[in-house]
Design a protein around this ligand. Sequence first.
Ligand code: NAD
Ligand code: DAU
Length: 333
Amino acid sequence: MKRILVTGGAGFIGSAFVRNTLRNYPETHVVVYDKLTYAGNLNNLRDADPARHSFVQGDIADGETLAAAMAACDAVVNFAAESHVDRSIMGASDFIRTNVEGVNTLLAQALKLKVGRVLLVSTDEVYGSTEEGSFKESDPLHPRNPYSASKAGSELFGTAYFETYGLPVVITRGSNTYGPYQYPEKVLPLFVTNAIDNEGLPLYGDGRNVRDWLYVDDHCAGIDCVLRHGTPGEAYNVPGGSERQNIELTRRILELTGRDETLIRPVADRVGHDRRYSIDGAKLRALGWAPNTPWDDGVSSTVRWYQENEWWWRPIKSGEFREYYQRQYGSKT
Ligand code: NAD
Ligand code: DAU
């Protein structure tokens, strides 16, 4: 793969994928295509070799601009999405526009240009919630919030393009990802940066919901493995193997930031809050992938990164974010 188009490559996971691809494949040029929504940030790409990647600002729903960026690419990896569940609960139209219509446009352009491989980055949330056991790729999709419904929609379009036109689409379903450069609306960077500032940590409901934590570079390695070795038409789970209740995550963050539990603010639960996500990784392990960042190492290095990189998150938290925070949390923290 000499030239790869990474859509949504200025976001959290996409930018890590760009960095890692440039590091691991010295012959590859990466074209980053990103609309730069509130979640996109060119600072996320500051460590990506400027000689080996180019940037195009554009919307995946804009077929013409997208096709120009996609020309001569051997593969497309789509990270572009509206990605935050709480925002999808406030209103789903942006989610439908990007995650469904945008992905349909991307697939149509890839088909026209006969791109050799298209990978859609999806999520464990498409299976819905389960109190026990772990979902396999053959299990039915049962998304329970507007975000995960829109991601399931994008997957179904991907599979339809494979079945109808033979477009070589592969899909990954990753679990809750954490690491540097994550927009601080998501629980881990929100709680770390609030703790640094001695502000309350708004813990939803009883704090016992379970998420399976996956370090961002491990997620990217799983995506890369599927891109190169996955079977067209198939989906692959990418689990972290580190299931934790939110209260456990919260306590660990307080420990690592040297704060105490008086900062915890129990707030009203997220509506329709999925209790537990859990996925089985055997299918991807059979392709040779395994996560290799133990939770303790990953969480402590991530907390340290936010402590050492205030230049990155302070401007974000004082911008558009403040208005969102007020709408989401009011005066609860
Ligand atoms: P993010 O919100 O940090 O980044 C999304 C990026 O997409 C941003 O750079 C944004 O500017 C860009 N974008 C949004 N709409 C666009 C459009 N219409 N056209 C072009 N670019 C657009 O998200 P993330 O956490 O990095 O997630 C990346 C992908 O991985 C998403 O598809 C998400 O559903 C999926 N995923 C995320 C996680 C997680 O825990 N963060 C886990 C599993 C899967
Ligand atoms: O599982 C993969 C998904 O993980 C991705 O597909 C999504 O893009 C990503 O945003 C993430 O979704 P979650 O809803 O699990 O992540 P979030 O960080 O919003 O919340 C994680 C847990 O923490 C969840 O149980 C809700 C809880 N939470 C979250 C926030 C923002 C709180 O208790 N308080 C908060 O303020």
